[in-house]
Design a protein around this ligand. Structure first.
Ligand code: F6R
Length: 346
């Protein structure tokens, strides 16, 4: 049977490579501007590429790269702020609201979308528009959405080395792919093995601020949307100041928690030490702990190596439960209910 999610997962490296062939021409007025910030306005599967980029570019970006997940814009955003409105469908109301606020404040705008109202507005207003291929689920279009954003910021001179890093990341994922695909049996397939260990359990995913935070968020969202299970994520060092106390009760829930520790060699030594100590303090209170090491020779490849594994694991978990990883009926119902009866409303 045709299984679109497995095809989309398979194609993540091709998405990254394909982004380098998209038309990413930003007119001269976007170049050589001293922006006070880049504000990436997006929700859900369209926002996570912004989180990854803000981590990957933190050491070189000349201004903050911030992800804004809500209506409107923060009060400080002004004509010196570059607004990147990213919505795969182009119809997400929070992102459209942020876009309208950006027009009102006179911000320069980059729009990344596969169509919808956002594309229409970008064309009408003469914004820089990057059109990514349609017919995917937004969360399955991460390669397109992340890379087109990174390349747009490189194109206007805010970032450098993105093209090279994206190419290296695609190579890394291609190297991992034969291990992760459904044809590879469970004992040689780390994603299937992880999914098996999560069957009937609840994942709690921990990363580190500055390295794997966005990955932890991605894993949580993929377990929610693909496997339809509750999942939580948090980051060190903050969680050492609160969450580690939450392992006393209720016992029956704690005994169902699988703690997933995302480990990146880029994690600063003090955070690595914290992770070891924290693990030892909570391990006996929960079902089990799984450590997942990042792979790759550069920071972006390492982030995507973890994302690729987590995406596949959430897919196999859905399959293990006999669920369709593609559909998201509760999100669809929410969006319909939010717009119901609005025709003719003031
Ligand atoms: C669906 C998904 C959702 C959407 C979100 C925003 O696959 O991941 O989180 O990304 O509802 O919609 P878009 O991405 O169309 O702006």
């Amino acid at each position: 049977m045709f299984d679109p999610m497995s095809v989309w997962l398979h194609e993540m490296p091709e998405q990254l490579r394909g982004s380098m062939c998209l038309s990413i021409d930003l007119p001269p007025q976007y170049h050589h501007v001293k922006y006070n910030a880049v504000l990436i306005c997006a929700m859900g599967g369209s926002a996570i590429g912004g989180d990854i980029l803000s981590t990957a570019a933190a050491q070189q970006a000349p201004c903050p790269l911030l992800v804004h997940r809500s209506y409107g814009l923060p009060a400080w955003a002004d004509a010196d702020t570059l607004v990147c409105a990213v919505s795969y469908s182009g119809n997400t109301e929070e992102t459209l609201s942020a876009y309208h606020a950006a027009v009102e404040r006179g911000c320069l705008r980059v729009v990344i979308s596969s169509g919808g109202e956002l594309t229409r507005l970008a064309q009408k207003n003469g914004d820089a528009l990057i059109s990514v291929p349609g017919s995917l689920m937004p969360r399955a279009a991460l390669g397109w959405l992340f890379a087109s954003l990174a390349l747009a910021l490189e194109e206007i001179g805010l970032l450098c080395g993105m093209r090279k890093d994206i190419r290296a990341t695609a190579e890394m994922l291609e190297e991992m792919r034969p291990e992760l695909v459904p044809e590879n049996e469970v004992r040689y397939n780390p994603a299937r093995a992880l999914a098996r260990s999560l069957q009937g359990q609840l994942p709690l995913i921990w990363g580190c601020t500055g390295t794997t935070e966005a990955v932890a968020r991605r894993w949580k969202a993929q377990f929610n949307e693909n496997a339809k299970i509750p999942a939580w994520h948090n980051t060190l060092p903050e969680l050492d100041h609160n969450e580690i106390m939450g392992f006393d009760l209720p016992e029956e829930i704690l005994q169902r928690i699988v703690l997933i520790l995302l480990r990146d060699p880029d994690d600063p030594p003090r955070l690595q030490k914290r992770m070891d100590i924290t693990r030892a303090l909570v391990e006996s209170r929960i079902h089990s702990v799984v450590e997942v090491p990042a792979r790759g020779h550069d920071p972006l490849s390492r982030l995507f190596s973890l994302i690729y594994l987590g995406d596949y694991a959430s897919y196999y978990l859905a399959k293990g439960y006999g669920l369709d990883p593609v559909v998201i009926p509760r999100i669809d119902a929410l969006k319909s209910a939010m717009t119901a009866g609005e025709q003719g409303e003031a």
